[in-house]
Write a protein that binds this ligand. Structure first.
Ligand SMILES: Cc1cc2nc3c(=O)[nH]c(=O)nc-3n(C[C@H](O)[C@H](O)[C@H](O)COP(=O)(O)OP(=O)(O)OC[C@H]3O[C@@H](n4cnc5c(N)ncnc54)[C@H](O)[C@@H]3O)c2cc1C
Ligand code: SF4
Ligand code: SF4
Ligand code: SF4
Length: 289
């Protein structure tokens, strides 16, 4: 493949960069290591400063990118090698197989229902389970199912119920050679696992101590509790909630020395939504959430 720009990371930054470049006539390859583009923003309930529904902002952009003829999306893919300099890069991209043919899969979900294997869902921050054949979230782009090879037990129940014949256990991963002039790195962030603060703050020790992304999934109407904040200890609503700021940030000893610059704002957002203000921010939401 020969394209103008490679974008590594298909979160909101990568998707918006791809759309902007495509609009100016550049040919773009958008690579994401996950089965779907979307990144972290699609996991959020609402987004500050407007408290608009996060997936309502992200999903149309993701679909637009997938339909734009100047944008090629490679999911479940990672850059393995890169040589060159600005103006001319030779890149090798490893595209893992999903064992499901994206051109045939209709996204009907019959395979998921038939699959007997349940594992913690990464998208739901392990607060609920997914199957070994799955889509990360309902608005995934592409909406192609993926077999999680590490957890699949090879029972072939999915293949038996797939009327479209989309499942191919013999499919293999590919290495794609790509020539590009420019590269944008938009690989975003990963949540820190605050194990080091186990004693200090009780994360991992007390079930009702959550990290902020876990709390976003509790707030989300499409999340494991249908948008209800419920305690993990007994499934009941909490009487009060406290937010602990700066955990893992601004800490040279046990975390990152810099300020993350978002947690003040998202914890204020989470507190205000939790206080019941969420209904007053709903008017324009197409999903009725
Ligand atoms: C709890 C919480 C609440 C938040 N609330 C808000 C809010 O209300 N409003 C707001 O504006 N912001 C909020 N933010 C911040 C917001 O989530 C980020 O600013 C935004 O999602 C960053 O988007 P991104 O595209 O830069 O990165 P990401 O969303 O992290 O996307 C990066 C993408 O790159 C992919 N990737 C990573 N490494 C590789 C690799 N090596 N190869 C290929 N692909 C790779 C990932 O799979 C991912 O899809 C919140 C953040 C948190 C943690
Ligand atoms: S793999 Fe087959 S059964 Fe599963 S969603 Fe795709 S078409 Fe449906
Ligand atoms: S073959 Fe794997 S993915 Fe398919 S149903 Fe069995 S365990 Fe699930
Ligand atoms: S954004 Fe606020 S809570 Fe987050 S590290 Fe910076 S000062 Fe602390």
């Amino acid at each position: 493949m020969k394209k103008d720009v490679l974008i590594i990371g298909g979160g909101i930054s990568g998707v918006q960069s791809a759309l902007d470049l495509a609009e100016k006539g550049y040919e773009v390859v958008l690579v994401d290591k996950s089965p779907s583009i979307g990144g972290n923003m699609v996991k959020l309930d609402k987004t500050f400063p407007t408290n608009d529904c996060s997936i309502c902002i992200s999903a149309p952009k993701m679909v637009e990118a997938s339909r734009n003829e100047n944008i090629t999306i490679l999911t479940y893919s990672e850059v393995k090698e890169m040589i060159g300099s600005a103006g001319g890069f030779d890149v090798k991209i490893w595209k893992r197989t999903k064992y499901v043919d994206p051109d045939i899969c209709t996204g009907c979900g019959d395979c998921e229902t038939a699959c007997p294997v349940e594992v913690p869902s990464e998208f739901e921050q392990e607060l609920s389970d997914r199957k070994a054949i799955y889509v990360e979230f309902p608005q995934s782009v592409p909406l192609t199912y993926t077999i999680d090879y590490d957890n699949c037990v090879g029972c072939a129940a999915c293949e038996r119920v797939c009327d479209a014949g989309a499942i191919n256990f013999l499919d293999t991963s590919q290495v794609i050679d790509l020539e590009v002039g420019s590269i944008i790195v938009a690989t975003g962030y990963q949540m820190m696992q605050p194990d080091e603060w186990r004693e200090e703050y009780g994360y991992g020790k007390y079930p009702n101590v959550l990290n902020a992304m876990e709390y976003e999934r509790l707030l989300s109407a499409s999340g494991p509790t249908g948008g209800k904040v419920l305690k993990r200890s007994d499934g009941k609503p909490p009487e009060s909630v406290a937010w602990i700021q700066c955990v893992g940030s601004r800490c040279k000893q046990k975390g990152m020395p810099y300020c993350s610059r978002v947690c003040c704002m998202y914890s204020t957002k989470q507190a205000s939504i939790s206080k019941g203000e969420r209904d007053s921010h709903r008017p324009g939401c197409r999903h009725g959430r």
